[in-house]
Design a protein around this ligand. Structure first.
Ligand SMILES: NC(=O)c1ccc[n+]([C@@H]2O[C@H](COP(=O)([O-])OP(=O)(O)OC[C@H]3O[C@@H](n4cnc5c(N)ncnc54)[C@H](OP(=O)(O)O)[C@@H]3O)[C@@H](O)[C@H]2O)c1
Length: 326
Protein backbone atom coordinates (compact mmCIF):
# COMPACT_ATOMS: atom_id res chain seq x y z
CA UNK A 1 0.00 0.00 0.00
CA UNK A 2 1.54 3.34 -1.00
CA UNK A 3 0.18 6.74 0.02
CA UNK A 4 -2.38 6.99 -2.78
CA UNK A 5 -3.58 3.40 -3.00
CA UNK A 6 -4.60 0.53 -0.75
CA UNK A 7 -5.53 -3.15 -0.80
CA UNK A 8 -9.29 -3.71 -1.07
CA UNK A 9 -11.63 -6.64 -1.71
CA UNK A 10 -13.36 -5.66 -4.93
CA UNK A 11 -16.32 -7.23 -6.65
CA UNK A 12 -16.40 -6.19 -10.28
CA UNK A 13 -19.15 -8.38 -11.74
CA UNK A 14 -22.25 -10.19 -10.51
CA UNK A 15 -21.59 -13.92 -10.14
CA UNK A 16 -17.91 -13.00 -10.12
CA UNK A 17 -15.50 -13.79 -7.30
CA UNK A 18 -14.34 -10.97 -5.04
CA UNK A 19 -10.58 -10.48 -5.10
CA UNK A 20 -7.97 -8.19 -3.59
CA UNK A 21 -7.03 -5.25 -5.79
CA UNK A 22 -3.69 -4.01 -4.41
CA UNK A 23 -3.94 -0.66 -6.19
CA UNK A 24 -7.39 0.58 -5.15
CA UNK A 25 -7.46 4.38 -4.81
CA UNK A 26 -7.91 5.70 -1.25
CA UNK A 27 -11.41 7.09 -0.48
CA UNK A 28 -11.70 10.83 -1.06
CA UNK A 29 -11.54 13.01 2.05
CA UNK A 30 -14.88 14.78 2.48
CA UNK A 31 -15.97 17.35 5.08
CA UNK A 32 -18.06 15.65 7.79
CA UNK A 33 -16.53 12.23 7.17
CA UNK A 34 -13.84 10.20 8.90
CA UNK A 35 -11.23 8.06 7.20
CA UNK A 36 -10.90 4.88 9.26
CA UNK A 37 -7.76 2.74 8.96
CA UNK A 38 -9.47 -0.66 8.93
CA UNK A 39 -7.77 -3.54 10.77
CA UNK A 40 -10.55 -6.12 10.61
CA UNK A 41 -13.81 -6.58 8.72
CA UNK A 42 -16.44 -9.32 8.82
CA UNK A 43 -18.86 -11.07 6.46
CA UNK A 44 -22.63 -10.87 6.45
CA UNK A 45 -24.96 -12.92 4.31
CA UNK A 46 -25.61 -9.71 2.42
CA UNK A 47 -22.09 -9.94 0.92
CA UNK A 48 -22.87 -13.42 -0.45
CA UNK A 49 -26.20 -12.22 -1.87
CA UNK A 50 -24.47 -9.27 -3.55
CA UNK A 51 -21.86 -11.63 -5.04
CA UNK A 52 -24.65 -13.87 -6.35
CA UNK A 53 -26.69 -11.01 -7.81
CA UNK A 54 -29.52 -11.67 -5.32
CA UNK A 55 -29.59 -8.25 -3.64
CA UNK A 56 -31.75 -5.31 -4.76
CA UNK A 57 -30.08 -2.41 -6.58
CA UNK A 58 -26.60 -3.82 -7.10
CA UNK A 59 -24.09 -1.31 -8.46
CA UNK A 60 -20.58 -2.53 -9.30
CA UNK A 61 -17.65 -2.37 -8.98
CA UNK A 62 -17.65 -2.07 -5.21
CA UNK A 63 -15.47 -2.70 -2.18
CA UNK A 64 -17.43 -5.23 -0.09
CA UNK A 65 -17.92 -5.19 3.67
CA UNK A 66 -20.40 -3.67 6.13
CA UNK A 67 -18.53 -4.53 9.33
CA UNK A 68 -15.29 -2.89 10.34
CA UNK A 69 -13.05 -1.93 13.23
CA UNK A 70 -9.77 -0.05 13.17
CA UNK A 71 -8.21 3.29 14.04
CA UNK A 72 -9.22 6.89 13.49
CA UNK A 73 -7.98 10.11 15.06
CA UNK A 74 -5.67 8.22 17.41
CA UNK A 75 -8.29 5.88 18.92
CA UNK A 76 -9.62 2.40 18.25
CA UNK A 77 -13.06 2.52 16.67
CA UNK A 78 -15.94 0.45 15.41
CA UNK A 79 -18.21 1.51 12.54
CA UNK A 80 -22.02 1.70 12.46
CA UNK A 81 -22.85 0.42 8.94
CA UNK A 82 -26.32 2.01 8.81
CA UNK A 83 -26.10 5.15 6.65
CA UNK A 84 -28.71 7.92 6.76
CA UNK A 85 -31.33 6.23 8.96
CA UNK A 86 -33.11 9.58 9.55
CA UNK A 87 -34.97 11.08 12.52
CA UNK A 88 -37.71 8.50 13.04
CA UNK A 89 -36.59 5.70 15.35
CA UNK A 90 -39.45 3.49 14.17
CA UNK A 91 -38.34 3.21 10.56
CA UNK A 92 -35.46 4.19 8.30
CA UNK A 93 -36.04 6.97 5.81
CA UNK A 94 -36.32 6.33 2.08
CA UNK A 95 -32.82 6.45 0.65
CA UNK A 96 -31.09 5.09 3.74
CA UNK A 97 -28.40 2.57 2.84
CA UNK A 98 -25.93 0.06 4.23
CA UNK A 99 -22.18 0.40 4.06
CA UNK A 100 -20.55 -1.96 1.53
CA UNK A 101 -22.77 -1.38 -1.53
CA UNK A 102 -23.53 0.96 -3.07
CA UNK A 103 -20.98 2.83 -0.94
CA UNK A 104 -17.52 1.24 -0.79
CA UNK A 105 -17.17 -0.88 2.34
CA UNK A 106 -14.81 -2.07 5.00
CA UNK A 107 -12.73 -4.83 3.40
CA UNK A 108 -10.03 -2.30 2.56
CA UNK A 109 -7.10 -0.50 4.09
CA UNK A 110 -9.29 2.58 4.56
CA UNK A 111 -13.01 3.33 4.54
CA UNK A 112 -14.67 6.74 4.65
CA UNK A 113 -17.86 7.07 6.73
CA UNK A 114 -19.89 9.96 8.18
CA UNK A 115 -18.38 11.15 11.48
CA UNK A 116 -21.47 10.07 13.43
CA UNK A 117 -20.99 6.45 12.29
CA UNK A 118 -17.64 6.18 14.09
CA UNK A 119 -17.81 4.93 17.71
CA UNK A 120 -15.20 4.07 20.32
CA UNK A 121 -14.43 0.33 20.31
CA UNK A 122 -15.71 -1.49 23.43
CA UNK A 123 -12.56 -1.75 25.53
CA UNK A 124 -12.88 -5.46 26.35
CA UNK A 125 -12.96 -6.50 22.67
CA UNK A 126 -10.03 -7.14 20.33
CA UNK A 127 -10.22 -5.49 16.90
CA UNK A 128 -11.24 -8.83 15.37
CA UNK A 129 -14.06 -9.17 17.91
CA UNK A 130 -15.17 -5.57 17.43
CA UNK A 131 -15.30 -6.11 13.65
CA UNK A 132 -17.71 -9.01 14.20
CA UNK A 133 -20.16 -6.80 16.06
CA UNK A 134 -21.72 -4.02 13.96
CA UNK A 135 -24.32 -5.24 11.45
CA UNK A 136 -25.29 -8.48 13.17
CA UNK A 137 -25.15 -7.02 16.70
CA UNK A 138 -27.29 -4.05 15.65
CA UNK A 139 -29.88 -6.24 13.90
CA UNK A 140 -30.03 -8.66 16.84
CA UNK A 141 -30.33 -5.88 19.42
CA UNK A 142 -33.21 -4.15 17.66
CA UNK A 143 -34.97 -7.46 16.93
CA UNK A 144 -34.76 -8.62 20.54
CA UNK A 145 -35.24 -5.42 22.54
CA UNK A 146 -36.48 -2.43 20.50
CA UNK A 147 -38.98 -4.49 18.48
CA UNK A 148 -39.26 -7.72 20.46
CA UNK A 149 -39.53 -6.02 23.87
CA UNK A 150 -37.75 -8.88 25.64
CA UNK A 151 -37.95 -8.98 29.44
CA UNK A 152 -35.90 -10.97 31.90
CA UNK A 153 -37.41 -14.40 32.59
CA UNK A 154 -39.15 -14.70 29.21
CA UNK A 155 -38.55 -17.62 26.84
CA UNK A 156 -37.15 -16.90 23.36
CA UNK A 157 -37.10 -19.20 20.33
CA UNK A 158 -34.05 -18.64 18.09
CA UNK A 159 -34.23 -20.51 14.75
CA UNK A 160 -31.00 -21.36 12.90
CA UNK A 161 -28.74 -20.37 15.79
CA UNK A 162 -25.53 -20.84 13.76
CA UNK A 163 -26.17 -17.65 11.78
CA UNK A 164 -24.17 -14.49 12.42
CA UNK A 165 -27.16 -12.50 13.70
CA UNK A 166 -28.75 -15.38 15.60
CA UNK A 167 -25.61 -16.06 17.66
CA UNK A 168 -25.91 -12.46 18.89
CA UNK A 169 -29.61 -12.98 19.60
CA UNK A 170 -28.59 -15.92 21.80
CA UNK A 171 -25.78 -14.03 23.58
CA UNK A 172 -27.96 -10.93 24.14
CA UNK A 173 -31.00 -12.94 25.28
CA UNK A 174 -28.90 -14.83 27.84
CA UNK A 175 -27.31 -11.62 29.10
CA UNK A 176 -30.81 -10.17 29.52
CA UNK A 177 -31.87 -13.10 31.71
CA UNK A 178 -34.06 -14.92 29.20
CA UNK A 179 -34.54 -18.66 28.73
CA UNK A 180 -33.60 -19.74 25.19
CA UNK A 181 -34.75 -22.51 22.87
CA UNK A 182 -32.52 -22.78 19.80
CA UNK A 183 -32.70 -24.77 16.56
CA UNK A 184 -30.01 -25.59 14.04
CA UNK A 185 -29.42 -27.96 11.13
CA UNK A 186 -26.19 -29.12 12.78
CA UNK A 187 -25.62 -31.00 16.04
CA UNK A 188 -22.15 -29.52 16.29
CA UNK A 189 -23.61 -26.00 16.20
CA UNK A 190 -26.20 -26.98 18.81
CA UNK A 191 -23.37 -28.13 21.09
CA UNK A 192 -21.66 -24.78 20.63
CA UNK A 193 -24.90 -22.91 21.28
CA UNK A 194 -25.40 -24.91 24.47
CA UNK A 195 -21.90 -23.92 25.56
CA UNK A 196 -22.97 -20.28 25.06
CA UNK A 197 -25.95 -20.82 27.36
CA UNK A 198 -28.79 -22.15 25.17
CA UNK A 199 -31.25 -23.96 27.46
CA UNK A 200 -32.95 -26.25 24.92
CA UNK A 201 -31.33 -27.30 21.60
CA UNK A 202 -33.24 -28.96 18.74
CA UNK A 203 -32.02 -30.13 15.31
CA UNK A 204 -34.52 -29.08 12.60
CA UNK A 205 -32.86 -31.32 10.01
CA UNK A 206 -32.77 -34.65 11.83
CA UNK A 207 -35.98 -34.09 13.81
CA UNK A 208 -38.82 -33.68 11.31
CA UNK A 209 -41.21 -32.81 14.12
CA UNK A 210 -38.80 -30.19 15.53
CA UNK A 211 -41.59 -27.65 15.91
CA UNK A 212 -43.48 -30.06 18.20
CA UNK A 213 -40.38 -30.38 20.40
CA UNK A 214 -40.10 -26.58 20.35
CA UNK A 215 -43.72 -26.13 21.45
CA UNK A 216 -43.27 -28.72 24.19
CA UNK A 217 -40.27 -26.81 25.53
CA UNK A 218 -42.37 -23.61 25.69
CA UNK A 219 -44.44 -21.60 26.41
CA UNK A 220 -42.58 -19.28 24.06
CA UNK A 221 -42.99 -15.55 24.59
CA UNK A 222 -40.91 -14.38 21.63
CA UNK A 223 -39.58 -16.02 18.45
CA UNK A 224 -36.80 -14.43 16.37
CA UNK A 225 -36.42 -15.72 12.82
CA UNK A 226 -34.63 -14.98 9.56
CA UNK A 227 -35.21 -18.29 7.79
CA UNK A 228 -38.70 -17.37 6.56
CA UNK A 229 -40.56 -20.00 4.52
CA UNK A 230 -42.01 -22.90 6.50
CA UNK A 231 -39.84 -21.99 9.51
CA UNK A 232 -41.60 -18.65 9.91
CA UNK A 233 -45.00 -20.36 9.70
CA UNK A 234 -43.87 -22.78 12.45
CA UNK A 235 -42.71 -19.88 14.63
CA UNK A 236 -46.13 -18.28 14.34
CA UNK A 237 -47.75 -21.55 15.39
CA UNK A 238 -45.26 -22.09 18.22
CA UNK A 239 -45.47 -18.89 20.29
CA UNK A 240 -47.91 -18.68 23.19
CA UNK A 241 -51.19 -16.73 22.95
CA UNK A 242 -50.30 -13.04 23.17
CA UNK A 243 -46.71 -13.76 22.08
CA UNK A 244 -44.46 -12.00 19.55
CA UNK A 245 -42.67 -13.09 16.39
CA UNK A 246 -39.88 -10.85 15.08
CA UNK A 247 -38.40 -11.44 11.63
CA UNK A 248 -35.48 -9.74 9.91
CA UNK A 249 -34.86 -12.09 6.96
CA UNK A 250 -36.45 -14.59 4.62
CA UNK A 251 -33.55 -16.80 3.52
CA UNK A 252 -35.86 -19.66 2.54
CA UNK A 253 -38.39 -17.54 0.69
CA UNK A 254 -42.06 -16.79 1.18
CA UNK A 255 -44.22 -18.30 3.92
CA UNK A 256 -47.78 -19.54 3.97
CA UNK A 257 -48.99 -18.62 7.43
CA UNK A 258 -52.22 -19.54 9.21
CA UNK A 259 -54.17 -16.32 9.80
CA UNK A 260 -56.06 -18.14 12.56
CA UNK A 261 -52.86 -18.61 14.59
CA UNK A 262 -52.22 -14.87 14.45
CA UNK A 263 -55.68 -13.43 15.12
CA UNK A 264 -57.00 -16.07 17.50
CA UNK A 265 -53.87 -15.88 19.60
CA UNK A 266 -53.55 -12.08 19.48
CA UNK A 267 -49.96 -12.30 18.20
CA UNK A 268 -47.66 -9.44 17.32
CA UNK A 269 -45.75 -10.25 14.11
CA UNK A 270 -43.04 -7.63 13.77
CA UNK A 271 -40.58 -6.81 10.99
CA UNK A 272 -37.19 -5.24 11.64
CA UNK A 273 -34.06 -4.35 9.68
CA UNK A 274 -30.68 -3.10 10.90
CA UNK A 275 -31.26 -0.37 13.52
CA UNK A 276 -31.30 3.36 14.26
CA UNK A 277 -28.30 5.32 15.57
CA UNK A 278 -29.93 5.06 19.00
CA UNK A 279 -30.15 1.26 18.68
CA UNK A 280 -26.46 1.12 17.72
CA UNK A 281 -25.36 3.22 20.72
CA UNK A 282 -27.58 1.15 23.05
CA UNK A 283 -26.19 -2.09 21.60
CA UNK A 284 -22.60 -0.95 22.18
CA UNK A 285 -23.41 0.10 25.76
CA UNK A 286 -25.11 -3.27 26.41
CA UNK A 287 -22.14 -5.20 24.99
CA UNK A 288 -19.74 -3.18 27.19
CA UNK A 289 -21.85 -3.49 30.32
CA UNK A 290 -22.43 -7.23 29.94
CA UNK A 291 -18.90 -7.81 28.61
CA UNK A 292 -20.30 -9.79 25.68
CA UNK A 293 -17.81 -11.35 23.26
CA UNK A 294 -19.03 -12.20 19.74
CA UNK A 295 -18.94 -15.84 18.62
CA UNK A 296 -16.21 -15.86 15.99
CA UNK A 297 -16.16 -18.78 13.60
CA UNK A 298 -12.90 -18.21 11.74
CA UNK A 299 -10.53 -15.39 10.87
CA UNK A 300 -9.33 -15.25 7.24
CA UNK A 301 -6.71 -13.05 5.59
CA UNK A 302 -8.05 -10.81 2.82
CA UNK A 303 -6.54 -12.97 0.09
CA UNK A 304 -8.81 -15.87 1.11
CA UNK A 305 -12.07 -13.91 1.05
CA UNK A 306 -13.57 -16.09 -1.72
CA UNK A 307 -13.04 -19.17 0.49
CA UNK A 308 -14.65 -17.37 3.42
CA UNK A 309 -17.68 -16.45 1.28
CA UNK A 310 -18.04 -20.09 0.21
CA UNK A 311 -17.99 -21.20 3.86
CA UNK A 312 -20.88 -18.82 4.57
CA UNK A 313 -22.80 -19.80 1.42
CA UNK A 314 -22.60 -23.46 2.50
CA UNK A 315 -23.68 -22.54 6.08
CA UNK A 316 -20.66 -24.19 7.70
CA UNK A 317 -20.00 -21.30 10.07
CA UNK A 318 -21.08 -20.85 13.65
CA UNK A 319 -21.19 -17.12 14.29
CA UNK A 320 -19.16 -14.50 12.51
CA UNK A 321 -16.49 -14.90 9.83
CA UNK A 322 -13.83 -12.22 10.26
CA UNK A 323 -11.59 -10.91 7.47
CA UNK A 324 -8.28 -9.57 8.77
CA UNK A 325 -7.31 -6.51 6.73
CA UNK A 326 -3.62 -6.60 5.82
N1 LIG B 1 -33.03 -7.13 7.53
C1 LIG B 1 -31.81 -6.94 8.01
O1 LIG B 1 -31.42 -5.87 8.43
C2 LIG B 1 -30.89 -8.11 8.05
C3 LIG B 1 -29.71 -8.04 8.78
C4 LIG B 1 -28.89 -9.15 8.83
C5 LIG B 1 -29.25 -10.32 8.16
N2 LIG B 1 -30.40 -10.35 7.43
C6 LIG B 1 -30.80 -11.57 6.72
O2 LIG B 1 -30.90 -12.62 7.68
C7 LIG B 1 -30.43 -13.82 7.12
C8 LIG B 1 -29.26 -14.36 7.95
O3 LIG B 1 -28.17 -13.46 7.83
P1 LIG B 1 -26.76 -13.79 8.51
O4 LIG B 1 -25.78 -12.78 8.03
O5 LIG B 1 -26.92 -14.03 9.97
O6 LIG B 1 -26.46 -15.17 7.74
P2 LIG B 1 -25.60 -16.45 8.07
O7 LIG B 1 -24.58 -16.14 9.12
O8 LIG B 1 -25.17 -16.97 6.76
O9 LIG B 1 -26.68 -17.44 8.72
C9 LIG B 1 -27.58 -18.17 7.98
C10 LIG B 1 -28.19 -19.25 8.87
O10 LIG B 1 -29.55 -19.47 8.54
C11 LIG B 1 -29.93 -20.69 9.13
N3 LIG B 1 -30.93 -21.41 8.33
C12 LIG B 1 -30.89 -21.74 7.05
N4 LIG B 1 -31.98 -22.47 6.72
C13 LIG B 1 -32.73 -22.58 7.86
C14 LIG B 1 -33.95 -23.22 8.19
N5 LIG B 1 -34.66 -23.91 7.29
N6 LIG B 1 -34.41 -23.12 9.46
C15 LIG B 1 -33.71 -22.44 10.40
N7 LIG B 1 -32.53 -21.83 10.12
C16 LIG B 1 -32.06 -21.90 8.88
C17 LIG B 1 -28.68 -21.55 9.25
O11 LIG B 1 -28.49 -21.83 10.64
P3 LIG B 1 -27.93 -23.26 11.12
O12 LIG B 1 -26.66 -23.47 10.37
O13 LIG B 1 -27.76 -23.12 12.58
O14 LIG B 1 -28.97 -24.29 10.77
C18 LIG B 1 -27.57 -20.62 8.70
O15 LIG B 1 -26.37 -20.74 9.38
C19 LIG B 1 -30.08 -13.51 5.67
O16 LIG B 1 -31.22 -13.78 4.86
C20 LIG B 1 -29.79 -12.03 5.69
O17 LIG B 1 -29.96 -11.40 4.47
C21 LIG B 1 -31.23 -9.27 7.37
Amino acid sequence: MNEASMRAVRLTETMGVPAVDPATPLPARIEGETLVRVRAAALNHRDVYIMQGKYPGITLPVTLGSDGAGEADGREVVIDPMLGWGDDDRVWRTGASILGMPRDGTMAGYVAVPNENVHAKPAHLSLDEAAALPLAGLTAYRALFTRGGLSSGETVLITGVGGGVQTFVLLFAKAAGARTIVTSGSDEKLTRATALGADVAINYRTDEAWYKAVRKAGPIDLAVDSAGGATLARCIDAVRPGGRVVLYGGSNGDATVRPFSIFWNHLDVLGTSMGSPRDFAAMLAFVERERIRPAIDRVYPMDRVAEAMRRMDEAHQFGKIVIRVD
